[in-house]
Design a protein around this ligand. Structure first.
Ligand code: SF4
Length: 375
């Protein structure tokens, strides 16, 4: 949902501040567009069955309930969601409310992914977030009963130059009070064209620091593991097996459908990306066409490489049955060579190759080495 209270300094997502919406974009027009797109997608693909729904991008928790209800009802009509296992909604702390939380639960939402990012007020201000740490924590305390109806996930940023190193550990400990099932930890990135990129160009000392990131990630992992959270993906930690099922589908190379501006999907080896600008997105729909800006048919080799790259992000790694005969044997031989040189980074078991936690920290380099001569 491409609506935000304000634009954060580091963000390059396709979203708009509420006071700067492009012509024609409103909650209602966007809900109308999503409903139309869902109908067209159902027509294009025939019957699609989904076990997870994820409403993300921008700040979906800003969407008025009646519009959200219309969109969800249209999804339920267009697609088979009779075996839904997980329904995630992304939310920002200052958009939560008692009624909203109750109604989201009634709508079927099972999981809330809360983009808290930091509990340092200086960082929140510099990052352009729209709330203070005190405001966020007060909201969580006041809404604790309603929040307990959901599996809670918190997003936190690492490598934020306006807070002390390892501040993330204090933030995690504070957030334990709300009994989260899941944390996602990401490095602050400097995306070209953002206000942060311009600022870093003038103040290079603010540029993200790889060593600091590694120290913070390792310390956070240790703390989280002591509290029963397992690192099941490069950036994600879950307690009691509360993985993000939606993202697991993606990391395991499953098909997924994306709806909305700039949404991506991949069905039957065809990867698509929707128009980024709302005007282009809506113009396509008004002609009864899917609003796809890019469509790429992946070859079997490309799919196999993607499967390798995505699955090695997870603790389960890759298994023999995901690859054609011939490819697996080559991968296994490469993995055994690598494991002999770096036993602390990669594990080779019968029919399975996985990265250790240390290996996940350098996943990209390991994938490049593994794939050499195989694809
Ligand atoms: S709230 Fe999220 S999507 Fe919106 S501007 Fe900030 S980082 Fe981007």
């Amino acid at each position: 949902m491409p609506f935000c209270l304000q634009r954060c300094a580091y963000c390059d997502f396709a979203s708009y501040a509420l006071n700067a919406l492009p012509e024609g974009l409103s909650f209602t027009s966007y809900a109308d567009a999503l409903i139309k797109e869902a109908g067209l997608a159902a027509g294009e693909h025939g019957s699609l069955r989904f076990t997870t729904i994820y409403i993300g991008g921008g700040t979906p928790s800003l969407m008025p309930l009646d519009e959200l209800q219309r969109v969800v009802a249209a999804m339920r009509e267009a697609f088979d969601v009779s075996r839904l296992k997980e329904f995630t909604l992304e939310a920002n702390p200052d958009t939560l409310g008692r009624d909203k939380l109750r109604q989201w639960s009634e709508l079927g939402v099972t999981r809330l992914s809360v983009g808290i990012q930091s509990l340092s007020d200086r960082s929140l201000r510099e990052l352009g977030r729209s709330y203070s740490s005190g405001g966020a924590l007060t909201a969580f305390y006041e809404l604790a009963d309603e929040l307990s109806a959901f599996d809670l996930s918190f997003d936190l940023l690492l490598n934020v130059p306006w807070q002390k190193p390892l501040q993330v550990l204090d933030d995690i400990r504070t957030l334990y009070a709300f009994e989260p099932a899941h944390f996602s930890l990401y490095s602050l990135k400097v995306e070209p064209g953002t206000p942060l990129a311009m600022r870093v160009a003038n103040e290079p000392g603010l540029a993200p620091d790889n060593d600091r990131f590694a120290d913070e990630m390792n310390a956070a992992e240790e703390l989280l593991e002591e509290s029963g959270f397992a690192r099941y993906e490069i950036s994600n930690f879950a307690r009691d097996g509360k993985w993000s099922l939606h993202n697991l589908t993606y990391w395991r190379g499953g098909d997924y459908l994306g709806l909305g501006v700039n949404a991506t999907g991949c069905i039957n080896s065809v990867r698509t990306r929707n128009h980024r600008e709302f005007a282009d997105y809506r113009a396509a729909l008004s002609q009864d066409a899917l609003p796809i800006a890019e469509r790429t048919e992946l070859s079997e080799t490309e799919r196999a490489f993607e499967r390798l790259m995505l699955a090695l992000r997870t603790t389960w790694g890759i298994s023999r049955d995901a690859f054609a005969a011939g490819i697996w044997e080559k991968l296994q031989a490469r993995a055994e060579e690598l494991a002999a040189r770096h036993p602390q980074l990669i594990v080779v078991a019968p029919g399975r190759i996985a990265l250790t936690s240390g290996g996940m920290n350098v996943e990209h380099a390991l994938v490049v080495e593994l794939a050499e001569g195989v694809f």
